[in-house]
Design a protein around this ligand. Structure first.
Ligand code: KE4
Length: 423
């Protein structure tokens, strides 16, 4: 496969942009290859600057549930652009999107639109602290919630129960209010809540983890988090940046019938434009300025182009509830192909799949938390990634990311992908 133009652009970009990319995972570092520079995308396919076309299972890390350049979304965005790109003033579209979000997730009684998932989570945490008057936040090892300082943490040693920075440039003092528990491990949560009791403002969780690869909540885990947060008057934050509108139109909170106090959204809610949101109970969200004393602001928050893309995307998903069954069926077919491969080659492959999210871990499994995910053979994953690319299939360039399926992936393309998986 000719990738000379990508290589040339990568060399030039690296001179001006750290690593030649604007987000680290795009650098293909963990699969040891030169990143592909993309020229355009349409439907289920993405084309690089050398003219190589691939079936795309990254879908821009989640926003692309309708496929790339959906004609209705593009037409609406094109039209909206003619009316100006941003005003820095309220518009009807922001209210419309807020209503759509509330209609899909009743727990989101009030919502603020922001420009990235990181900003949504950072703001939700600030509101939780402002509402409760407490400082500590409990998160889970292997969950990723964007790159705000207090959340760039790794679990301290067993002795430590507060976190230590997982990035240079983050002062240790910024992470001393972050506790780290183990996903699918209620005892680790009990222990920390017992120790810190009424100091914990919120527990934040990916209701389906998708940043250590896809790891499902075990039966009762989310219900347990709901119960223990009530018990300690702590808020429960569902980080639904990936699961929102992905697991179903009502996200993970509808899928699992567990209602959080605050929810963060991103990706699909913006239809591919820079848009995210945080929201929840009105009494909590009324802490936000100018109503309350928790400050949060943004020049391009809720801008008319991003809200247009979000509204049209949600309208399409709302009008087609059947999409979610189709997405699950196709994704299950992919999961079966990995199982067929494992039987055929004897490779240890453990698959976690839910809705249109899937991860094939090159590990014996079961993969149920960070440590079991980290046990994966990343070299084997890198070889798999290369095989798929050579066969025209673009999957996540990291073992610890999800495979995303879109409505645009046809059954024939799923079968083509299954053949590539089975080898
Ligand atoms: P952004 O700031 O990247 O928009 O959202 C941060 C975020 C928050 N919460 C969850 C559950 C997320 O998955 C993310 C971002 N997801 C990654 C993909 N695993 C973004 C891809 C990237 O970093 O380039």
């Amino acid at each position: 496969m000719n990738t000379s133009r990508s290589k040339e652009l990568f060399e030039k970009s690296r001179r001006r942009i750290p690593g030649g990319v604007n987000s680290p995972v795009r650098a293909f570092g963990s699969v040891g290859r030169t990143p592909l520079f993309i020229d355009h995308a349409k439907g289920s396919r993405i084309t690089d600057v050398d003219g190589n076309t691939f079936l795309d299972y990254v879908c821009s890390w989640g926003p692309g549930i309708l496929g790339h350049a959906h004609p209705t979304v593009i037409e609406a965005v094109r039209k909206a652009c003619m009316d100006g790109l941003t005003y820095g003033a309220p518009t009807e579209k922001e209210w419309k999107l807020a209503e759509l979000i509330h209609e899909a997730m009743g727990s989101v009684e009030k919502v603020r639109l922001v420009s990235s998932g990181t900003e949504a989570v950072m703001s939700a945490i600030r509101v939780a602290r402002g509402y409760t008057g407490r400082d500590l936040i409990l998160k889970f090892k292997g969950n990723y919630h964007g790159h705000s300082d207090g959340l760039l943490v790794k679990a301290g040693s067993a002795a430590l129960t507060t976190a230590v920075p997982d990035s240079s440039g983050v002062p240790a003092s910024y992470t001393q209010n972050t506790l780290v528990a183990l996903y699918n491990n209620p005892d680790s949560v009990e222990e920390l809540m017992e120790k810190y009791q009424n100091q914990v403002a919120a527990i934040i969780v990916e209701p389906v983890a998708a940043n250590m690869g896809v790891v499902l909540p075990e039966k009762g885990f989310l219900e347990f988090l709901r119960e223990i947060t009530v018990r300690y008057d702590t808020l429960l934050i569902f980080d639904e940046v990936i699961t929102g509108f992905r697991l179903g139109y009502g996200g993970a909170q509808e899928y699992f019938h567990v209602t959080p106090d605050l929810t963060t959204l991103g990706k699909i809610v913006g239809g591919g434009m820079p848009m995210a949101a945080y929201g929840g109970r009105a009494d909590i969200m009324d802490q936000v300025s100018p109503v309350g004393s928790v400050y949060q602001a943004g020049t391009l928050s809720g801008n008319p182009i991003a809200t247009t893309a979000g509204i049209v995307t949600l309208d399409i998903l709302k009008a087609h509830p059947e999409y979610y069954g189709e997405l699950e069926r196709k994704t299950k077919r992919l999961a079966a192909a990995f199982e067929e491969r494992s039987k055929k080659t004897g490779e240890a492959i453990w698959v976690n799949q839910i809705g249109s999210l899937l991860s094939a871990f090159f590990a014996p499994g079961p993969v149920r938390d960070y440590d079991s995910a980290a046990n994966s053979d990343t070299k084997a994953y890198g070889e798999y990634f290369g095989r798929m690319l050579e066969q025209g299939i673009y999957v996540a360039p990291s073992q610890f990311e999800a495979m995303f399926v879109s409505v645009a992936h046809t059954d024939e393309e799923i079968e083509e992908t299954c053949r590539a998986i089975c080898g």
